[in-house]
Design a protein around this ligand. Structure first.
Ligand SMILES: NC(=O)c1ccc[n+]([C@@H]2O[C@H](COP(=O)([O-])OP(=O)(O)OC[C@H]3O[C@@H](n4cnc5c(N)ncnc54)[C@H](OP(=O)(O)O)[C@@H]3O)[C@@H](O)[C@H]2O)c1
Length: 231
């Protein structure tokens, strides 16, 4: 299951996982947008199933997971990709001193609690299947080691997503379920904008690696370009 997969990095992750032979489910909060996105892959012979999923809605998460289980009977990989970013990139545009708590809560609800909702829903299924890969698409913007000013709500939500990654990996321990976070770099999408330095292919690369890790692969890590980076 790849969340927020109707455009940007999420769509690219579905495309690459499908090319690799995985049955990747394209989750989209607007199912019509999801179907339109899936149709763009048809020329390659790829037909990812589309499932409605709004990560901020408990019922939607439950319904999406139930639908995937009904259709396919298992969930091996979860990519928590869906996120929002609603603030300016500099302190002048978006000072932490001006953050409206309502906005911070909205961003936290999507970027942090969305992945928490999905993790809670799929880990029992992965435990039963004896296999799991959870990939949390985080951001260098959430790195405490390099924390700076600008888009404060987004930064806080991604730092908290990194905490969720470590807490989940610690709780699962050396189980067959691996939980990792990654930063795609600055990627040309609606969120990253046209001046970003990376293509969606480059942005998705580390997520694909983490989604298909061998049993000897890492858990509880934070990566960019398949290389560990400081939290
Ligand atoms: N682009 C970058 O430079 C960059 C850098 C670092 C990290 N990231 C991270 O990479 C991931 C993908 O970013 P992107 O650049 O591809 O962003 P994007 O182009 O803005 O796409 C975001 C996706 O998330 C979906 N989404 C938002 N809220 C949702 C919700 N409540 N439920 C379900 N889906 C929801 C959007 O769906 P709708 O179409 O319905 O809105 C869209 O499909 C995000 O986690 C982002 O934080 C991106």
């Amino acid at each position: 299951m790849v969340t927020g997969a109707n455009r940007g990095i999420g769509l690219e992750i579905v495309k690459q996982l499908s090319r690799g032979g995985m049955l990747a489910v394209l989750c989209s909060r607007d199912v019509e947008k999801g179907k339109q996105a899936a149709s763009k892959l048809a020329s390659e012979g790829l037909e990812p199933p589309v499932v409605a999923l709004d990560v901020t809605d408990d019922a939607s998460v439950a319904n999406a997971v139930a639908e995937v289980m009904h259709l396919f009977g298992r969930i091996d990989v979860l990519v928590n990709n869906a996120a929002i970013q609603r603030e300016g990139m500099t302190a002048e545009q978006a000072s932490v001193l001006d953050v409206a708590p309502e906005l911070a809560l909205e961003v936290f609800n999507a970027n942090t609690l969305g992945p928490l909702r999905l993790t809670k829903a799929v880990v029992p299924i992965m435990r039963q299947g004896g296999y799991g890969r959870i990939v949390n698409i985080s951001s260098g913007a959430g790195q405490l080691a390099e924390m700076a000013a600008g888009f404060p709500s987004y930064r806080m939500s991604k730092a908290a997503l990194n905490a969720l990654t470590k807490v989940t990996a610690a709780e699962l321990g050396p189980s067959p379920i691996k939980v990792n976070a990654m930063c795609p770099g600055w990627v040309r999408t609606d969120m990253g904008g046209p001046d970003a330095t990376r293509s969606v292919e480059q942005g998705a690369e580390t997520a694909i690696w983490l989604a298909t890790l061998p049993d000897t692969g890492p858990t509880g890590g934070f990566f960019r370009d398949k290389t560990p980076i400081p939290w």
